[in-house]
Ligand binder design. Structure first.
Ligand SMILES: *Cc1c(COP(=O)(O)O)cnc(C)c1O
Length: 433
């Protein structure tokens, strides 16, 4: 296997070993404090990704609100905060994590179709004036946020999330991760924006500060992103005539290269969006975006040991890992494909192997990969920095995976693999009273 233009964060040295952020991944597998499977993140590369995106705004007022659900590790959120990022949160838990990871309340936006009253209160009461904006996703929610604000004795800043009604083919990503079509539960339909504005005008405890949209994830085509931004900007132009908006927020969804050659960077999306925004006469509004995957996806790997090889007949050969769909669910959930490479590449020919996990589900399957015929004992599943650990579960009684944070060429912090006992304990209900 040759060195490594196909790997964004990893590189393979002359002796055939795989490195991430200046740390040899086989050393992590051998480190008794950590255990496998283990996610390994390159914090420097994540910070650089954020810096490049920040730079693409030049002097335009803006906010990069990192979508914490992609990877909620506090060290990552803190590193992004240090680069100037805010946060997009979708629960009271994520809101608390953002605040405790150094993100100021006025740099936090809060999305989600069904925020609980206590979560809304937490957003309204954060910091001196509440968070930057609660992104309301229905006309009905405006009334509820208004009522909670009254109860809290404050005014709540809100943004209305527009459902731009762009069809799934335009966005061209997996059906489970599009959110901006007419039948999606997300956002306020174009036809109900007038009702939403009337309600805002009648509700003294809410203040409309922004218009927002987010149409899906893993978008690899700038024009698809612009088709929803255009719908948002058209509506924002009308809203601006009536309310003192301070920003428009075109959401996240910037795709990364999972090995199929997406060559668009988050900065490319923003440069095109800035031009479109200027064309719409919105230069006096700030531009916000909400990237998750685009900042972290390419800069994490999931390291796993090979538990077993298995030969069926001539066509069917499996490599069974100690990482499965409970650790990384994207292949099972979205038919996503992640590249898989051995940590130390033995010389000799490659063969086709189906790589699977230990979980008792046929969908616990990472696909067919060309891997060395000769023995190797561990692999890295690439581009696992987003929607990896944050979607992990304990299904099949499996412990949550370890996490390792690499910065400045060394391991900075470790979250060890959870204990099996913790899972057993959590399954024991207690009798009340
Ligand atoms: C998930 C989500 C994002 C981030 O999406 P990515 O594809 O990870 O960039 C942004 N905004 C909202 C409202 C989301 O739900």
């Amino acid at each position: 296997m040759s060195a490594a233009s196909f790997l964004m964060s990893c590189s393979r040295s002359a002796d055939g070993t795989l490195w991430l952020g200046g740390v040899r991944l086989s050393d992590i597998v051998a480190d008794g404090r950590i255990g496998t499977p283990a996610y390994v993140y390159d914090i420097d590369a994540i910070a650089k990704e954020a810096r490049d995106l920040e730079a693409s705004f030049e002097r335009e007022p803006h906010l990069v609100a990192y979508a914490i659900k992609a990877n909620s590790a506090s060290l990552i959120v803190r590193a992004l905060a240090e680069e100037g990022c805010g946060a997009d949160v979708v629960s009271g838990g994520e809101l608390e994590l953002a605040l405790r990871s150094g993100i100021a309340a006025d740099k936090i936006v809060y999305s989600g179709v069904a925020k609980q009253d206590d979560e809304i209160d937490r957003a309204i009461l954060a910091g001196r004036e509440g968070i930057c904006a609660i992104n309301v996703e229905s006309v009905e929610e405006i009334a509820r946020v208004g009522a909670r604000a009254k109860e809290c004795g404050r005014t709540a800043r809100i943004a209305i999330r527009l459902n731009p009604g762009v069809d799934a083919e335009t966005i061209d990503t997996h059906a489970h991760i599009t959110t901006g079509h007419d039948e999606a539960k997300f956002g306020v339909a174009r036809a109900r924006i007038a009702d939403a504005l009337d309600l805002v005008a009648q509700t003294p405890t809410v203040r409309l500060v922004g218009m927002t949209s987010h149409v899906g994830s893993q978008i690899t085509n700038v024009n698809a992103y612009l088709s929803s931004a255009r719908a948002l900007f058209e509506v924002a132009r009308e809203v601006k005539a009536r309310f003192a908006l301070s920003y428009v927020d075109t959401g996240g969804g910037f795709g990364i290269d999972y090995g199929d050659g997406c060559s668009v960077s988050p900065a490319d999306f923003i440069r095109a969006t800035r031009a479109l925004k200027a064309e719409h006469g919105l230069s006096n509004l700030a531009l916000y975006c909400e990237p998750g995957r685009g900042l972290v996806g390419a800069h994490g790997v999931l390291v796993a040991r090979v538990t077993q090889r298995k030969v069926g007949d001539r066509e069917h050969r499996w490599i069974i890992l100690n990482a499965g769909m409970n650790d990384l669910i994207r292949p099972a959930l979205y038919q996503a494909r992640h590249r898989i490479v051995p940590l130390t590449a033995p010389p000799g020919p490659l063969g086709a192997f189906r790589v699977v996990g230990p979980v008792c589900e046929s969908s616990d399957d990472f696909g067919v990969h060309d891997l060395p015929e000769d023995h190797f004992d561990a692999v890295a599943i690439l581009d696992a920095g987003a929607y990896g650990f944050s979607m992990a579960s304990t299904y099949n009684g499996r412990a949550l995976p370890a996490e390792v944070f690499v910065r400045g060429g060394r391991i900075e912090a470790i979250a060890p693999r959870h204990e099996i006992d913790a899972w057993v304990h959590a399954r024991m209900a207690t009798v009340p009273g």
